[in-house]
Structures are given as structure tokens and as C-alpha cells.
Design a protein around this ligand. Structure first.
Ligand code: CO
Length: 153
């Protein structure tokens, strides 16, 4: 499977608001496969379509519990707040503290267009929020309260 080039901060595609998907075809499924391969190869826990140069509402996430493919995702419930360190494959070598909701529920469509709901806490909640931000053109560095110094990594 092809591994795709990951766009880095400064690329305007990372700042665009993504378009929804309305066609659930073979091309989309191939894209999802390639995004997963790209994420695993880069050792990431999530990847959003803008990060491979496509301004469409598609993300893949794997926090160690298997692949989650989310199309047209939307957070419908949030609870609590929690701070933790984040990084991003599009902002290599940079880490910082970001406050996120502690628990989220998101609605999305799977690769066949079927409606699904997911509840996430801990790293999954953080990954969902981080990846969905990408679909709005938001990077984690926009929300960092303090950057982690390299010697503390
Ligand atoms: Co990211």
C-alpha cells in the first residue's frame, strides 16, 4: 500500500475547512487504506485528510485498540476537561500542553456510509478532538498553553 506524503505546518491545506463526503465508493476505501498505512508508518495515533493534502472530512485513528475510520465526524457530547501533552505528524518535533474535553461522543459515517457513534475517554477522546480540529483547519499548536522544551521530551 502506498504511504502518502504528510504535509507540514505552513502548508495552506492544513488551514482549510474540509468538505463533507457524499460518495462512499472504492476510491474512498482505497484512500482510507492508504491513510491508515501512512499513519502506522509514521508511528502516529491519528491522521486527518488535510495532512495528506486533501480538504475532505476523513480521519483515521488508532490509539492501540484497532483502526477507527471516521467520515463526516461531529462531536455531539463533551464532558469535563483535562490537560495533557500533544504532538502532531504535521508539526514534527513540537510538543505542548493542550486542554481537551475528558470525554466526548462523536457521530460519523463508516467507509460504507453507515452512521456510527463512538464514545472516547483518555487518549481516544484526545485523538478524536485533535483530528476533528484538523478538519476545521485548526492545529494543536493553536491551543497549546505551554510548549514542552526539547530536553523534557
Ligand atoms: Co495532527
Amino acid at each position: 500500500m502506498p504511504v502518502l506524503e504528510i504535509k507540514k505546518a505552513g502548508d495552506p491545506v492544513l488551514r482549510e475547512k474540509c468538505q463533507p463526503i457524499d460518495t462512499f465508493d472504492r476510491k474512498l476505501r482505497l484512500l482510507l487504506n492508504n491513510m491508515a498505512d501512512t499513519m502506522y508508518k509514521a508511528d502516529g495515533v491519528g491522521l486527518a485528510a488535510p495532512q495528506i493534502g486533501l480538504s475532505i472530512a476523513v480521519v483515521v485513528i488508532d490509539v492501540g485498540e484497532g483502526i477507527i475510520e471516521m467520515i463526516n465526524p461531529k462531536i455531539i457530547e463533551r464532558e469535563g476537561t483535562i490537560e495533557d501533552t500533544e504532538g502532531c505528524l504535521s508539526v514534527p518535533g513540537v510538543y505542548g500542553t493542550v486542554e481537551r474535553s475528558a470525554r466526548v461522543v462523536a457521530e460519523y459515517q463508516n467507509r460504507y456510509g453507515k452512521k456510527r457513534t463512538i464514545e472516547g475517554t483518555d487518549l481516544l477522546a484526545r485523538a478524536i478532538q485533535h483530528e476533528l480540529d484538523h478538519l476545521e483547519g485548526v492545529l494543536f499548536t493553536d491551543k497549546v498553553t505551554s510548549f514542552v522544551k526539547p530536553e523534557e521530551e
